[in-house]
Design a binder for this molecule. Structure first.
Ligand SMILES: Nc1ncnc2c1ncn2[C@@H]1O[C@H](COP(=O)(O)OP(=O)(O)O)[C@@H](O)[C@H]1O
Ligand SMILES: O=C(O)[C@@H](O)C(=O)COP(=O)(O)O
Length: 426
């Protein structure tokens, strides 16, 4: 299997978001969970997205994992590797976007890396280096309250500089609107001046098409699904994609079985989706304090689900509003509470699957990572899109048999997302 485009995603929802974008834009794509075992039979594809769970781990750990994935992708022919980060640039001053970008660039012989989290379809735009989420600057958006990576600075040149050894520059919208030749010249001028990463503005998809064309001439880029769109369209325009990009028909074959939704995302969109789900499905709100206190909250949740699940989908959620999250974190610490809750939701997910759930929606990037790891799913085929950035996924090589999943990024999806997802998973 020789591939044209490789990607390393810093979380699993982000990986499925990118895989969805690449598929929609003409590349046959598979999403692997980590570096796949050589025995796993993967389909013939144009692009592989390796999902890692490295957004919130120590930078050195993220670098080591990403470097191995990069080598694996290069050995399979990837001429370009996109480091898929969050469209809201989720990270801390200690990393991991800067350190991983620099490591990937170093492995590819150095040079300058284009960086942009813009994803206009979901309202993420970058202007003069500042990231906007819908109509709000990043630091005024709900991301200011993220449980793991609260974002307090919309100026990405500044944010990335704090995480990088090298100098960070800006390619502004004026240059991008002037087209690929001007962007290329600007990138070269920045490189000659010692800059190793350039934040690129982008507001419209045409900006990302320009950036994709130039990025494709370099070995590494860093960005969200918008840059994926630009790279995919550039590859298709180059005439190097012969497949026509159709998603495998297998991806939507029904699996039957029971269905469930597990949420650990505390994002504004997820909190609203849970409220709406309460009108049509049984929803269990976990008590995070009881979970952390080591009580039998997990067993109680499994028993609650067991009493209801044969009659229809159930929802189990740890999600809570920012004030409640802040209170728990003040008692147990940010990382400890996040990790303990992810562990609990992943155990509950595995128990639901053991009881016959084959159609599963997980809300939250870290939450999805923990759940998919516990289920030991090796890879996914990409099915139809449920909402911008969220496709139906079909497991490849899964031990208990095929499953359909939707891994929902916290801020993605309309308010009826959960019902809409299950309606597409048969
Ligand atoms: N009630 C809660 N209090 C504190 N942290 C929580 C609570 N519920 C979930 N979490 C944690 O918040 C984090 C949410 O991150 P994630 O799953 O990536 O969601 P998102 O996609 O919205 O960013 C996870 O680590 C999760 O375990
Ligand atoms: O780019 C995006 O916004 C998503 O693909 C993504 O990575 C979101 O992360 P989570 O909200 O943590 O799932």
């Amino acid at each position: 299997m020789a591939i044209l485009l490789g990607s390393i995603a810093d979380d699993y929802t982000g990986a499925s978001d990118l895989a969805n974008t690449l598929t929609k834009n003409g590349l046959r794509t598979v999403q692997t969970v980590g570096i796949p075992d050589p025995s796993l039979a993967l389909p013939d594809v144009d692009a592989v997205v390796v999902s890692l769970k490295i957004r919130s781990v120590p930078a050195a750990e993220a670098v080591t994992a990403a470097a191995s994935a990069e080598q694996w992708l290069r050995r399979r022919g990837a001429g370009h590797v996109l480091y898929k980060i969050c469209s809201t640039f989720d990270s801390t001053d200690a990393g991991n976007i800067g350190p991983v970008t620099e490591a990937l660039s170093h492995a590819a012989g150095g040079g300058i890396v284009l960086v942009t989290p813009a994803f206009p379809e979901t309202g993420r735009t970058v202007y003069l280096g500042h990231l906007f989420v819908g109509g709000q600057p990043l630091n005024e958006s709900p991301l200011k309250d993220h449980p793991l990576n609260p974002m307090h600075d919309a100026n990405l040149v500044r944010v990335l500089t704090r995480q990088s050894h090298g100098a960070v520059g800006l390619i502004d919208l004026t240059a991008i609107a002037a087209g690929p030749a001007v962007v290329k010249a600007r990138l070269e001028a920045l490189r000659a001046g010692g800059v190793t990463a350039a934040i690129a503005d982008a507001i419209f998809e045409r900006d990302l098409e320009t950036l994709g064309e130039i990025a494709l001439e370099t070995p590494v880029s860093t960005g969200a699904s918008g840059l994926g769109l630009g790279l995919a369209r550039a590859l298709v325009r180059s005439g190097r994609i012969s497949s026509g990009g159709a998603a495998p028909a297998d991806a939507i074959r029904p699996v039957g079985g029971l269905s469930a939704i597990v949420a650990g995302s505390c994002s504004k969109a997820t909190l609203r989706q849970l409220e709406v789900a309460e009108r049509s499905m049984p929803v269990l709100r976990l008590d995070p304090e009881r979970l952390l206190a080591g009580s039998d909250e997990i067993a109680a949740a499994i028993s609650w689900a067991g009493d209801r699940i044969a009659a229809g989908p159930v929802v189990i959620a740890a999600s809570a509003a920012p004030e409640t999250v802040a209170r728990l974190q003040s008692l147990y610490g940010r990382e400890a509470s996040g990790h303990a809750i992810e562990t609990a939701t992943s155990i509950i997910t595995a128990e639901l699957v053991a009881r016959g759930v084959r159609r599963l929606v997980v809300a939250g990037g870290e939450t999805s990572g923990a759940a998919v790891d516990r289920l030991a799913i090796p890879a996914f085929l990409i099915g139809p899109e449920i909402a911008a950035g969220v496709p139906v996924l079909r497991t490849v090589g899964n031990a208990p048999g095929d499953m359909l999943l939707a891994l929902k990024s916290g801020n993605f999806g309309g308010e009826d997302f959960f019902a809409a997802a299950l309606a597409m998973m048969h």
